[in-house]
Design a protein around this ligand. Sequence first.
Ligand SMILES: Cc1ncc(COP(=O)(O)O)c(C=O)c1O
Length: 415
Amino acid sequence: MKDNPPIAWIENRRARTVEKSAIVDEIFPAGIVRQTRTFHNRIPGYQVSPLKSLPRLAALLGLGGIWVKDESFRLSLNSFKVLGGSYAIYSFVKSELGVDELDIFSSDGRALIREKLGELTFAAATDGNHGRGVAWSASRLGFKSVIYVHDKTSLARIQAIESNGARVVVIKGTYDDAVRQVKEDAQLNGWQVISDTSWPGYEDVPRWVMQGYTTMFAEVQEQLAAQGIIKPSHVLVQAGVGSLAAATIGYYAQLFGAERPRSIVVEPDKAACLFHSAEIGDGEAYSFSGELDTIMAGLACGDPNPQAWRVLWDTADVFIKSPDYVAAKGMRVYGTPLAGDPFVISGESGASTLGALMFIMLLPECAPLRESLNLGRSSEVLLINSEGNTDPTYFRKVVWSGRHPVPEAYYTLGD
Ligand SMILES: Cc1ncc(COP(=O)(O)O)c(C=O)c1O
């Protein structure tokens, strides 16, 4: 049987023609990043996550620089996701109280919430990381949480959620089924759903989630500025429902308009709902059917976030889909860097963009894509290591034991 090609791509040339995106202005209005950053700064233990430079790998691939925002360091939670869940809970509480400002972590703030809102239970569907972030945020504020996962979720991910005080409910099906179930059960039980995806009539919370992610890029911009770099020339971002990708590209579109970095959205080929929507190309978001059986658990989503899709339709330059072995290669390269480059612990979803970047730079058939994106020696490429080894057992199977090997046809690439 022939292996799937490492890279399939679709260019969204339309994005270059959109001078001002109304949806970007709506979701990422001026001043929002200052608000999210101020909020996250107040979280006890908050620290800026590292931005790592991989100059030797960049030189090997024919690039000017590779910058990795390493979210495996985020608040001891091993992924960026808590930035969205925590900001959404904070914004929800503020809107229930009808206030603009609230120090939610102070004892006065917590007392006020308890007095006015009583007991709250937050609920979320997750493929692991979002639920962990929601559980962590709820428990820090003294609230309960119920987190829905699908039955293929690894024990390690379930335990990581439970260890943050949540009750975990396992349902049959996929992440998308868990989203549907939590929605129904929350209505029956009076829980507040903190979802990282939107549906008609439920748009505030996922908007807050996306806004919360922008703190990461405010940090990146400060970190790059300290190196004398105004902005990355390119950004590769991994996508499940597309909220992270929309936050990334939307942030840069708001900041730099038409001068924003060229962007590449990376999905697993077995869960490529955004690629599929771009392929149909009528501006609507389409679901991707199938088993969604990819090792990139955080990206195993069949239903795109319609709000996020609207941002991407206006702003994302290229959609890519890749098989599991591309992400597995990314994990191994991060873990065994060239001499002088720092090492990065990166999980399946986290490493998918490095794997994709390597194939894009080294495969002869990707030359038209490189040319179209102007990827070369003067490029400063931003990657987000969106998670560390969130499933440590599987991480070792891939990195130590070589699970999901690169097909032989591509062995010599990069040698
Ligand atoms: C580690 C990791 N990276 C990337 C993503 C993709 O985010 P989104 O679903 O917003 O596209 C997720 C989502 O859960 C994730 O867990």
